[in-house]
Design a protein around this ligand. Structure first.
Ligand SMILES: NC(=O)c1ccc[n+]([C@@H]2O[C@H](COP(=O)([O-])OP(=O)(O)OC[C@H]3O[C@@H](n4cnc5c(N)ncnc54)[C@H](O)[C@@H]3O)[C@@H](O)[C@H]2O)c1
Length: 445
């Protein structure tokens, strides 16, 4: 069997998952023949990892050589792991040069570039696969099962809140994500996962979005208002550190990929989360209306003391609730403010009550709640990453859950965030059909 020829486009941290897959479980059917990465140090880190696994290093190319790379190396599929705002141009050029595309979320960050991707797919007939790994988490798949099996009847509304903690959430304020022009803000960069889940769980199309939110915790103005005082511009420095500072020297992988590489492009991975120049929000609330009559109320908080999510789906026959604690507390922050004495909380003794875990409860009208068992897989996202990679590299089989995602799913997921960003700017609700993306106008017809 001849192996499918792959090229990696953008080789930073996310690329590691694909390098591992292409030099590991999927090496028998997929060959990583080329890499397009402008930073020579980062490219070398990946080349070394590939060589260590006993594979020939891929040929190396610059972004302006993308078409040459695809033709010279006879690339069948490119895997795009570059910054979000670069996805669209890289997708369109790859399709036009004759390759199929596998792209990380989000598909892109704004409406004109989404329309350009749609036009390129239709022009070339090539394929774009979105790697929505959250769909593959067993707990998210289990929720889809319940809804698709009709156990709660017709979906009427969804209540969904996502908490990013002061470790993971803070990380979006240290590098390129912190500027909306690079990432579309968290509504596009991060929430596109969540909006895709809702679209997929309830199989309805988002029609109208109203958003409210702002930057209320991170950023220089908030820090000044809270009296935080002068801070170092970045986390890698000598002297005392607080838990919001990321010192790259403490992590060999981050040092190799970013600190040792910054001489080439000035890309800083460890900017102060309380510095200037942040143009994204850290608190967001949305109301979204869907084609089948359901309403979503959604919130995202990026400085929560714990990490996880809560989703409740109401239907004509009952309600299903999924509660997930990914990290119950971030404890390395002791010293930032006085630690609460548990016995002093309102005079009562408090105890930690947030163990990591997940619970899926189905309760139909007139019935007791039932806890629905969730498969526990090994590896990232409860085994979801391995399942996703098998679908991407082996090809999806018959999937009763419909997990493999296309560019259409990519557009429908970012539509909510793009409309939300427009709503934040205007203070008004925004119809997705008015974004200027043909697919969404067709969906609305
Ligand atoms: N699905 C998930 O859970 C998940 C998790 C992490 C990241 N991601 C996505 O993966 C992508 C990459 O994220 P990351 O954290 O690895 O970012 P990164 O900054 O670490 O890596 C991006 C790489 O692209 C390179 N690059 C810059 N300009 C380029 C160009 N014109 N052409 C090709 N490459 C270029 C950079 O030098 C860098 O090495 C993002 O779109 C992000 O949203 C998805």
């Amino acid at each position: 069997m001849s192996r499918t020829r792959y090229a990696l486009v953008g080789a930073g941290s996310r690329a590691q998952m694909y390098v591992s897959a292409l030099t590991g479980p999927h090496a028998d059917r997929a060959a990583l023949v080329a890499m397009c990465e402008p930073n020579p140090t980062r490219a070398q880190v990946h080349a070394d990892a590939i060589a260590e696994r006993g594979f020939a290093p891929p040929s190396r190319w610059q972004p302006d050589q993308l078409e040459d790379m695809i033709r010279t190396e006879r690339v069948d599929r490119v895997v795009i792991c570059a910054r979000d705002d670069l996805h669209a141009e890289l997708i369109v050029r790859s399709l036009d040069a004759g390759a199929d595309v596998v792209v990380e979320k989000p598909l892109t960050i704004d409406a004109p570039s989404a329309a350009a991707i749609e036009a390129a797919v239709e022009r070339t007939g090539h394929d774009v696969v979105l790697t929505f790994n959250y769909r593959y988490s067993p707990r998210n798949s289990a929720l889809r099962h319940i809804i698709q099996d009709g156990l709660i009847g017709q979906v009427t509304s969804i209540d969904f809140s996502w908490m990013l903690d002061t470790s993971h959430g803070a990380d979006y304020f240290r590098r390129w994500h912190r500027e909306k022009k690079n990432s579309g803000g968290l509504l596009v960069h991060k929430s596109s996962h969540h909006f895709d889940l809702v679209n997929w769980w309830i199989r309805q199309t988002p029609r109208r979005v109203f958003a409210s939110g702002g930057l209320r915790f991170y950023g220089a103005d908030n820090a000044a208002a809270r009296g935080l005082g002068d801070r170092p511009a970045r986390g890698t420095h000598d002297g005392d550190h607080d838990p919001f500072e990321l010192d790259l020297r403490h992590d060999p992988s981050l040092s190799a990929l970013y600190l040792d590489a910054e001489q080439h492009d000035g890309y800083l991975r460890d900017l102060d989360v309380f510095g200037d120049g942040i143009t994204i929000e850290d608190n967001l609330a949305l109301v979204v209306d869907y084609s089948g009559g359901a309403t979503l109320s959604y919130s995202l908080n990026a400085h929560a003391p714990w990490e996880g999510y809560r989703v409740a789906v109401n239907g004509t026959l009952g309600r299903v609730e999924l509660d997930v604690v990914e990290r119950g507390a971030v404890l390395e922050g002791e010293g930032l403010h006085p630690v609460l004495d548990p016995s002093a909380v309102d005079g009562r003794t408090a105890a930690s009550l947030r163990p990591e875990g997940e619970r899926l409860l189905l309760q139909r009208h007139w019935e007791e709640p039932l806890e629905i068992p969730i498969d526990a897989g090994a590896g990232g996202h409860g085994g979801g990453d391995a399942l996703l990679l098998a679908d991407v590299f082996v090809g999806p089989g018959e999937d009763p859950l419909g997990r493999p995602a296309t560019w259409r799913d990519g557009i429908r997921s970012i539509a909510v965030g793009i409309a939300g960003n427009r709503s934040l700017e205007t203070g008004l609700p925004v119809r997705t059909a008015d974004l200027g993306i043909p697919l969404l106008a067709r969906d609305d017809a």
